[in-house]
Design a protein around this ligand. Structure first.
Ligand code: MLT
Ligand code: ZN
Length: 455
């Protein structure tokens, strides 16, 4: 088995060194065993096809690995799997301005694609804090969202074609960059968000769009959680938002401690909203702000006067995740329809107060999309495993609330290992049966990313 892998890959394309296994065998989650048997670095499609054939023949299990920025354990290899890194498949292969399509290998870093678009006077709008290291293939595998979803949608909305290798070794060219294609099941969309459980995404046709006009950023202090939604409604009436994010005072504290930055507003406030909009609607945005102030929903605010100031306001939101990582947070990434948000927030608040009185809870997220990130921080004196088990045991209560509101237990991070046991709170038994059946069609010998998404 091992010799076959060594025959397939050159010696500089395979490693079993403990430090490499530790590095490539995991994503940004903590608390899961990391124990791959090897990591391989394919450079072309044919190597992936041969690897999949070998895995089917010899019973190898394969874990696709991109930028390893995932937060649900989707790229963790815990049971002697072979990690398949796309680090060496990072080329932009083709660009066609008439179609505004870029053909990318799966290992293209998100920021590389964003910069490529800018260099061609266009825009790739999917954006998040880990853009500098996440790979396009991983974004596709999790249907990544991020900070611009309110205006531009999710990764799925920008993928016009996919080249995949299924778990049985078939190479599929799905949709080939077409806008219109009414020929039955669109298999492309099954692979988007499949978390590497059906096969490998090898290349993608990505659609670009017109560059946006200059943007302005506003940061507002909102004393009451519930009022964030009134602010959203008011701003949405006035301007076309390209982002509407929120975070709590505790989240801000953690960023300020990690980055040594000052307060954005004079006084502390329980919650902050960060929004971005077209500069041409500045007057309407200012008017809406005055209204929010008069209603008492907002107590203070700051408007960016330069790109540098906009970037430093954004950093207060985008640096949260990294600032929390030393606290080994237990992450919940939940969503409900925006209309269900007010009642949901009240219920979640009560639950959190009752269930987690001794833990620090950090709130932030893409509230304009109905997406909340709830991070429970590990106290210093609690062992990692004990903390994980405690949080995991409480999660069903939170997910019951999500289920009552017809929401999702994973808005954008994916299910992976972290939320696999809770899938039933978002998907019916019939849906899960059909998902298993689909997995069987594409990956009959269950070689792809075992244990992720489905039990
Ligand atoms: C974010 O919104 O910052 C990302 O989803 C990462 C995280 O939730 O920690
Ligand atoms: Zn997020």
């Amino acid at each position: 088995m091992c010799e076959a892998l060594d025959q397939l890959f050159a010696s500089n394309q395979i490693s079993r060194r403990p430090q490499d296994l530790a590095h490539w065998g995991k994503d940004r989650t903590t608390g899961f065993t990391v124990a791959p048997s090897a990591v391989v670095f394919p450079q072309q499609l044919s190597e992936i096809v041969e690897l999949v054939k070998l895995a089917n023949r010899d019973g190898l299990k394969l874990v696709p690995s991109g930028g390893r920025t995932g937060l649900s354990g989707g790229a963790v290899a815990s049971q002697g799997e072979v990690v398949v890194s796309f680090d060496r498949m990072h080329r932009i292969l083709d660009f066609n301005p008439a179609d505004r399509l870029v053909r990318c290998q799966a290992g293209v870093v998100t920021a590389t694609l964003q910069n490529f678009a800018v260099d061609h006077d266009l825009y790739y709008p999917v954006d998040f804090a880990s853009s500098g290291s996440s790979h396009l293939g991983g974004n596709i595998a999790t249907n990544a969202g991020g900070i611009k979803v309110i205006r531009y949608g999710l990764t799925r909305d920008w993928i016009a074609g996919l080249q995949v290798v299924t778990g049985s070794g078939a190479v599929l060219e799905c949709n080939r960059g077409l806008v219109k294609n009414a020929t039955g099941y669109d298999l492309r969309h099954l692979f988007i968000g499949s978390e590497g459980t059906l096969g490998f995404v090898v290349e993608a046709d990505v659609r670009l769009t017109a560059a946006p006009e200059p943007q302005r950023v506003m940061l507002l202090g909102v004393p009451k959680f519930r009022d964030i939604l009134a602010v959203l409604g008011q701003l949405q009436k006035a301007v076309s938002l390209s982002a509407f994010e929120f975070f709590s005072e505790l989240a801000l504290d953690k960023v300020r401690a990690a980055r040594d930055v000052g307060r954005p507003l004079t006084d502390p406030c329980p919650f902050y909203v960060l929004l971005e909009f077209d500069e041409s609607s500045l007057a309407a945005a200012s008017h809406a702000f005055e209204h929010c102030l008069a209603e008492g929903w907002v107590v203070d605010g700051v408007l960016s006067q330069s790109d540098a100031q906009a970037a430093s306001l954004w950093a207060l939101r985008e640096d949260i995740s990294e600032s929390l990582s030393p606290f080994a947070p237990y992450k919940s990434d939940i969503s409900v329809r925006v209309r269900d948000m007010p009642g949901f927030l009240d219920d979640v608040n009560k639950l959190v107060d009752a269930q987690y009185p001794e833990f620090e809870i950090c709130w932030y997220g893409h509230i304009g999309d109905g997406n909340l990130h709830l991070n429970i921080l590990k106290p210093d004196d609690l062992d990692g495993e004990a903390f994980y088990q405690l949080c995991h045991a409480i999660s069903p209560k939170l997910y019951e609330l999500v289920a009552i509101n017809h929401g999702s237990i994973s808005a954008e991070h994916g299910v992976g290992l972290l939320k696999r046991d809770f899938l039933k709170y978002s998907r019916s038994a019939s849906e899960i049966d059909l998902m298993r059946a689909l997995k069987g069609v594409f990956d009959p010998n269950q070689i792809m990313n075992p244990g992720k998404l489905l039990v």
